[in-house]
Design a protein around this ligand. Structure first.
Ligand code: FES
Length: 498
């Protein structure tokens, strides 16, 4: 289960933080959000320091579909209906600007990252969905988006209709991100790997950002850690959850593949693009999404994607498979800007709703402009401290229901299974001496026991039978079966029972 993007050989290995240091801007997280922010700031002579808990680009940024597009699902009709035409147009312009910015960086820094211009499509095979696409085309045209309704696409399936955006793109996110690192380092920026932030304090005008051994003192703080690791005063855990999706990269055993990047209109979502792997062009399929920690059997998540690929290419064979987590906001708009009205000089980038390539670039530009005191016309639409009522009622209801259940009801349900019932390769919550214990039995018949209560805010964890992890249904933290935290917002691991 390794992402193809992580095959990239041109890797930079960096040291962990070995001393207390002072800097102007401390950025938490070395994914594309943190790196792009550091890129813009270091280009402007600002002293930046990035602290990354693992390796650079090792999480969402190297597990993405890497479509470079302003076509974020059927979003423009939704935005016009919920926020108005001016807002929808600004959202589109911001993401189109991000595409131009990324192309400009690639050209200026001479980055070989396989960028390819593509048309982007949202399609349907279902006649009942065609009107939705026509409505989206009409909404897009109202705000002058260059798009059209088409009934033929290069993807080898029979569609009923699609919306086409021109001049979009795709690239290799790891190659792009690694070159951003090189530019940051050459501009005297500092990047530390394996330097997990465990505490943040404000002292007078400065932030004291602590890893397990050292402290970075900084005037500005940028939280680009995927899901913010600070609970208060931002309260992002009340307005965001995580969704898991799966990816397979397949050799189709055919000479010719399609042009364009694609996604369908409704759940279950399937997203398609091609990837040049040197000697071959392969098919990347992403989908099988579910709310992280939801109680489903995940063991056929990859098979569902393979089935979609084989409808088009019967002999397709999986070469790589991986999964990823994305932060989902309740109003479908990222949170970018000041972290909280009560914490001056702290900024956040999160909640990209699975469209992180353009969102991370425009987010980085907004945050760097805020720190450099340069006006940015898109600051207002992504404002992270917004408090307007949320019109996406379905998502709000889902989140409240599941969070409520995980926090309260499950705690009082007594599990019926016993230790002996757990087979090799299985994980379950059982009762031992009146206590709920999460147990995984490995292939060698060893049992690994943890208290299945999330170290973030105390929700009961669910076993993920595909990744062999304990996943939190509330905000999407994930833990190895041995208890270590692997996905934010949790920082600490689980209590391990010997
Ligand atoms: Fe928030 Fe688990 S991620 S309680």
């Amino acid at each position: 289960m390794k992402s193809y993007w992580n095959e990239e050989e041109n890797y930079i290995s960096l040291e962990s933080l070995k001393e207390d240091i002072e800097t102007e801007v401390c950025i938490i997280g070395a994914g594309l959000s943190g790196l792009s922010t550091a890129y813009y700031l270091s280009k402007n002579g600002v002293k930046v320091t990035i602290l990354e808990k693992d390796k650079i680009l090792s999480h969402t940024s190297s597990h993405t579909t890497a479509k470079v597009t302003s076509q974020h699902g059927l979003i423009y009709k939704y935005l016009i209906d919920s926020k108005g035409e001016e807002f929808a147009k600004a959202y589109y312009d911001a993401n189109e600007e991000a595409i131009r910015n990324i192309k400009e960086i690639i050209e200026k820094e001479n980055i070989a990252c396989d960028f390819k211009s593509q048309k982007a499509y949202i399609y349907t095979e279902d006649a009942d969905e065609v009107q939705k696409i026509k409505d989206e085309v009409e909404a897009c045209k109202r705000i002058n988006i260059d798009c059209e309704f088409v009934t033929n696409v290069d993807l080898p399936i029979n569609i009923q209709g699609a919306i086409e955006f021109k001049n979009q793109g795709m690239f290799n996110p790891k190659k792009y991100g690694i070159e951003l690192c090189r530019v940051i380092l050459s501009n005297k920026g500092q990047i530390y790997e394996e330097s997990k932030v465990i505490d943040i304090k404000k002292e007078n005008e400065n932030f004291l950002v602590s890893t397990d051994r050292h402290i970075v003192t900084a005037k500005y703080l940028v939280i680009a850690s995927h899901y913010p690791i600070l609970n208060t005063p931002g309260y992002y855990f009340l307005k965001m959850y995580q969704s898991t999706s799966y990816a397979v990269l397949m050799d189709t055993k055919t000479e010719k593949l399609f042009e364009g990047i694609y996604i369908n209109t409704k759940d279950p979502f399937y997203s398609f693009r091609t990837v040049e792997t040197g000697d071959k062009k392969m098919l990347l399929v992403v989908g099988s999404d579910h709310k992280t920690g939801s109680d489903t059997n995940l063991s056929d998540s990859y098979e569902k994607l393979e089935k979609q690929a084989k409808r088009m290419y019967q002999n397709a064979e999986t070469k790589y498979s991986w999964h990823t987590e994305d932060c989902i906001t309740l109003d479908k708009i990222p949170y970018i800007g000041a972290f909280s009205k009560f914490m001056k000089n702290a900024y956040v980038l999160t909640g990209y709703n699975k469209w992180g390539i353009t969102s991370s670039n425009i987010g980085a530009k907004i945050i760097s402009d805020m720190i450099l005191d340069i006006p940015n016309e898109y600051e207002e639409i992504f404002k992270a401290t917004r408090v307007e009522p949320i019109k996406n009622i379905k998502e709000v209801e889902n989140m409240i229901k599941q969070t409520g259940e995980s926090l309260i009801i499950d705690k009082f349900k007594l599990p019926e299974e016993k230790l002996a019932d757990i087979k090799c390769g299985e994980g379950k919550i059982i009762e031992i001496e009146g206590k709920k214990i999460g147990v995984y039995r490995d292939a060698d018949n060893n049992t690994h026991k943890v208290i299945p209560v999330c170290s973030h805010l105390g929700c009961e964890l669910k076993w993920n039978n595909l990744a062999k992890t304990w996943d939190c249904p509330c905000h999407g933290s994930r833990f190895k079966y041995t208890g270590e935290s692997i996905e934010t917002p949790s920082i600490e691991g689980l209590e391990v029972i010997e």
